[in-house]
Design a protein around this ligand. Structure first.
Ligand SMILES: *Cc1c(COP(=O)(O)O)cnc(C)c1O
Length: 391
């Protein structure tokens, strides 16, 4: 299916809503039945019809069909946050006594789920450096039920060989889940590489305007039905119709935005690479990236997030740099129109900062939709402020 078709036409029954180009927001909690029989069959299978909007909703369904098609998956569920999608996908596939193998340093709230919540129910997790397939082989136990992946990671962009991990997991009857927020289905399709469940934070590129929180989970129809009937309905964290409508709107421009962001990211990357204030730049499509070949092989694009290591001797320089930036905002998240930074040092106590540790000098930069020259100038002025003038 053409991406243009998916984004502009798929699942839009325009003749049912006055041939409007934009879909209606079906802001209704419940739906009417004419016969008891119809109501009975809705009760029997809520995944087949409109009954109550904690379950299915027509506006959300337009979005689900588009997102499933983009992921080349049979089906998809959309949640009120990426964290809820992570929670539901994992919870649906483990029970007391089970074991999870997770890639090291997954998204914060995946870690909290594995470290704080699941142990209360007798589910344990081992973390592995996912760059090496042998680490997965070694970590799998007889009770391993889930392998949790995030490729690339959203700080150091470490990637996993998704096809190799999925083959290993299939042989052992283990469910694979992959957080694909960095790439979106436009730049990587884990389902096509054999992964069972693919997740993404819709807050990032799908929404694309820093105005809504959402999460996406795609997989087989059997898997989404299972998750719908338990976690989705029970947690009650499905996306609301208005937010689904915002994501449909975001999808219209997703390819154009990613294309622009990819070009701008390359310009910003080139500036940072030659700058004396930068010790190292980490970006999966940079030739010096240690897993460059695998990145090129399983991802069709990379953009937006990159990390650079500042050449500084104390924390104050990093703080001055970040606080001098006028147009690149200091904030969490990414995927919107606006460029953003986060210094790694903001996530630690001041006293723990060690300039000898390169990770402590990391800055994560998200390149948004602004003119790249405008961003480069902002970065240059901030480097100047800490005495790092252009070479
Ligand atoms: C933001 C993010 C999430 C969580 O998504 P929310 O929509 O914030 O709940 C998950 N994974 C990655 C990689 C993210 O960046």
């Amino acid at each position: 299916m053409d991406i243009s078709y998916i984004i502009n036409e798929l699942a839009e029954d325009r003749e049912h809503y006055f041939n409007a180009v934009a879909p209606p927001i079906m802001q209704s909690s419940n739906f009417i039945f004419k016969t008891v029989d119809e109501m009975r069959s809705a009760f029997e299978d809520e995944y087949s019809t409109y009954l109550y909007s904690r379950g299915l909703n027509p506006t959300v369904d337009i979005l689900r069909k588009k997102l499933a098609a983009l992921d080349k998956a049979e089906d998809c569920l959309v949640f009120n946050s990426g964290a809820a999608a992570i929670f539901a996908s994992v919870l649906a596939n483990v029970k007391s006594g089970d074991h999870i193998v997770s890639v090291a340093n997954p998204y914060t709230w995946a870690q909290k789920l594995f470290n704080d919540i699941l142990p209360r129910f007798g589910v344990t997790t081992s973390y592995v450096d996912g760059r090496y397939i042998e680490n997965f082989e070694r970590a799998i136990l007889p009770n391993t039920r889930v392998i949790y992946l995030e490729s690339p990671n959203s700080w150091d962009y470490a990637i996993q060989d998704l096809r190799a991990v999925s083959e290993l997991a299939k042989a052992e009857n283990i469910i694979t889940i992959c957080d694909n927020s960095y790439c979106t289905p436009l730049y990587q399709q884990p389902i096509s590489l054999g992964i069972d469940i693919v997740l993404q934070s819709g807050t990032k590129y799908i929404g694309g305007h820093s105005d809504t929180i959402a999460g996406v989970l795609s997989g087989s129809h059997e898997m989404t039905r299972k998750i719908f009937q338990s976690e989705y309905m029970n947690i009650g964290s499905g996306i609301q119709p208005f937010n689904a409508w915002l994501l449909i709107r975001g999808l219209r421009t997703l390819p154009a935005r990613l294309e622009r962001i990819a070009r701008s990211t390359n310009e910003v990357l080139a500036f940072l690479k030659q700058h004396p204030g930068v010790e190292e730049v980490i970006f999966p499509f940079d030739e010096n990236f240690p897993q460059y070949e695998l990145a090129r092989q399983q991802m069709s694009g990379a953009c937006g997030l990159l990390t650079f290591v500042m050449r500084v001797t104390d924390l104050q320089e990093i703080e001055n740099f970040c606080e001098t930036l006028q147009h690149i905002f200091m904030a969490v998240s990414w995927g919107g129109h606006e460029s953003l930074i986060i210094p790694r040092a903001a996530g630690m106590k001041k006293a723990d900062f060690d300039a000898a540790n390169r990770e402590h000098r990391m800055i994560r930069l998200y390149t948004g939709l602004e003119d790249p020259a405008y961003l480069v100038k902002d970065l240059q002025l901030a480097f100047n402020a800490i005495g790092h003038h252009q070479a």
